[in-house]
Design a protein around this ligand. Structure first.
Ligand SMILES: Cc1ncc(COP(=O)(O)O)c(C=O)c1O
Length: 361
């Protein structure tokens, strides 16, 4: 077996320990003679899996009791519709546009009501986070929406916007569990799990209870009503059973490794190795303003498209996979999620140093 260093933005690297444990349990989960994949979601065995996963997540994030945790299908993108359907009482909400994922959520919300662009960083290819200290938030807005970590552009909100008392809804797909968060500052925190937490196809929603209501927009599908899912503890229908099981293992791994404070330290250390190199390189350049840099997604360029291509091809041959930038922006991007070991980032920087020596004219 040989494993590469996988810098994919998602689906992405998972802790090796978790994958090994899942492999060991594949045919016979804890002596029950079947795989978790084959198990009834109504069984006692599975009930333990989902309840333990939720309890561990609550513990890791310090989720207050008045927040529900939902494990849902449809990925993060499904929430682009579910959020306005459930929350747009006044049919109006504010969106901060910091990249493609925020823009997609904004465009989807427009189907259901008035989505107002409160701020944007489109003018500089989303390379920074706009000032959100005094936005034109009106009284009739149902919520303010952000994408907290912008996977494609590599920016992160270091301070949350001043929402002027409105509920904050945040897509945290690409920074989920990468550092501690104060859940009480949000109305909803949600994220697709395929970056820091587990296999693709599932989203975790953490929703303050008063936002789980019956009076949703007319036509909201039963499955997309938060209340349906909350009343049934994510078991209204068959949930993404295996995903929840793997996420549960990742939660245990996080707890064993010191929780979110320790993750933050580790992630800062890893990111610093790469950013320090980028700041001193004569060939490579980070594309994000230093104060808004993400700890998870690090885009960089050489300024020469041919050289970028060569870099991507040669790094792949050296066992450093998925460093090509998003198809819409080009260049390179290293995603260095929780499960990327420090040795992976060091190997990348060593490779970059060597590439620079060989190719700098
Ligand atoms: C920040 C962010 N939001 C949403 C999504 C979409 O997630 P999904 O593919 O689970 O719908 C992604 C996916 O990469 C993402 O990075």
């Amino acid at each position: 077996m040989s494993r590469v260093y996988n810098f994919s933005a998602g689906p992405a690297v998972l802790p090796e320990e978790v994958l090994k444990e899942a492999a060991e349990e594949m045919l016979d989960y804890k002596g029950c003679g079947m795989s978790v994949m084959e198990m009834s979601h109504r069984s006692k065995m599975y009930d333990d899996i989902i309840k333990t996963a939720e309890a561990d997540l609550r513990d890791l994030m310090g989720i207050p009791d008045n927040y529900k945790v939902l494990f849902l299908q449809g990925g993060a993108s499904q929430q682009f519709a579910a959020i306005p359907m459930n929350l747009m009482k006044n049919k109006k909400a504010g969106y901060i546009i910091t990249g493609q994922w925020a823009k997609k959520a904004y465009q989807e919300a427009k189907i259901y009501g008035e989505a107002v662009e409160l701020a944007s960083s489109a003018d500089k290819t989303f390379s920074y986070i706009p000032d959100c200290s005094d936005l034109a938030i009106t009284d009739d807005m149902d919520y303010v929406y952000i994408c907290e970590n912008n996977t494609i552009y590599g920016t992160k909100f270091k301070t949350l916007p001043n929402t002027k008392g409105k509920d904050l809804v945040a897509d945290v797909s690409s920074c989920f569990l990468s550092e501690p968060v104060d859940v009480s500052k949000y109305g909803i925190i949600y994220g697709g799990v395929q970056k820091n937490v587990g296999p693709a196809g599932m989203v975790i929603d953490i929703i303050r209870e008063d936002l789980i209501r019956d009076d949703v927009l007319p036509g909201t599908p039963t499955m997309l009503k938060f209340k349906t899912q909350a009343d049934n503890d994510s078991l209204y229908n068959t949930p993404p059973c295996y995903n929840i099981y793997i996420c549960g293992k990742v939660f245990k791994w996080l707890k064993k490794n010191g929780g979110l404070e320790a993750m933050k330290q580790r992630n800062e250390e890893k990111a610093a190795i790469l950013y320090n190199f980028l700041d001193n390189s004569k060939m490579f350049k980070g594309t994000v303003v230093p104060q808004d840099r993400s700890l998870m997604n690090v885009p960089f360029i050489t300024g020469d498209e041919e050289l970028d291509k060569k870099f991507v091809a040669e790094s792949k041959a050296a066992g450093l996979e998925n460093l090509k930038g998003h198809r819409t922006v080009g260049g390179m991007r290293a995603s260095i999620y929780n499960a990327m070991p420090k040795a992976g980032v060091e190997a990348l920087v060593t490779f970059m140093e060597d590439f620079e020596k060989k190719n700098l004219k």
